[in-house]
Design a protein around this ligand. Structure first.
Ligand SMILES: Nc1ncnc2c1ncn2[C@@H]1O[C@H](COP(=O)(O)OP(=O)(O)OP(=O)(O)O)[C@@H](O)[C@H]1O
Ligand SMILES: [Mg+2]
Length: 217
């Protein structure tokens, strides 16, 4: 069965594109799974990164243009391509208001929300989380469900960072124990071909991937 894992939140710059790429790369490289990464964002950050490394990348990427396509097109796409992949990872566009974020979440098995532990980001995440149960109810009526995970991103040692714990359980959110710190290596030109660190080293990214394996795969 194909699993659809969406990285979504209305808060800009929180790491949706970064985490989509890092996670897709590691799943394809380390587990030998067939992965499709869908870029649903008109900024096409994922496509830009992919174009720099596509020869060596082990997963497929495609851009879904919500401006010219409908939710039925999206549903059909997932249905058609789904059979070919173990995982479909989606970089969901960030703007609330349009139908795209709503429909992307509605058609997810797992919703991953990158959360930057700062006051303004947390406040905005709470608003976003409160919308999710309504979408989940609709998905359940259709005979499916999704799980919601919060992934701390751009963590640092400030006291503010501890505020993120308050989000545990809000709208059904399960917080990851392992997130990513604010580190320059995540901000460099990311590769879609190379996993960011060697697998068997003590590294926060490997801890994050262990949790991905346990909870999302
Ligand atoms: N853990 C991190 N450490 C350092 N820089 C990071 C980290 N995560 C993301 N960044 C950088 O922060 C910026 C925003 O990240 P990214 O583009 O992934 O966010 P986004 O949620 O996709 O944003 P948008 O809403 O614009 O689509 C990028 O320059 C990215 O390289
Ligand atoms: Mg993005």
């Amino acid at each position: 069965m194909t699993k659809i894992i969406s990285f979504a939140t209305q808060k800009g710059g929180s790491g949706k594109s970064t985490l989509s790429v890092l996670t897709s790369t590691a799943i394809a490289n380390r587990y030998g799974k067939k992965v499709l990464l869908i870029d649903g964002d008109p900024q096409q950050s994922v496509i830009d990164i992919y174009n720099r490394n596509k020869e060596n990348t082990r997963y497929d990427v495609l851009y879904f243009n919500w401006a010219t396509k409908s939710k039925n097109d999206y549903r059909n796409l997932l249905f058609e391509v789904g059979k070919k992949y173990h995982y479909i990872i989606v970089d969901v566009p960030g703007k609330m208001g349009g139908e795209e974020i709503y429909n992307s979440i509605l058609l997810s098995d797992i919703v991953c929300i990158p959360i930057v532990p700062r006051r303004t980001d947390i406040a905005s995440t709470v608003k976003f989380l409160k919308v999710l149960p309504k979408i989940q109810e609709l998905r359940q009526k259709q005979g499916f469900d999704f799980q919601i995970f919060g992934i701390p991103n751009k963590m640092d040692n400030t006291i503010e960072s501890t505020l993120i714990q308050k989000l545990q359980g809000v709208g059904g959110l399960q917080l990851f124990n392992n997130g990513l710190s604010y580190r320059i290596r995540y901000d460099r030109n990311l590769s879609t071909a190379e996993t960011i660190v060697l697998g068997n080293t003590a590294d926060e990214f490997n801890n994050y991937m262990k949790e991905v394996e346990q909870k999302l795969m």
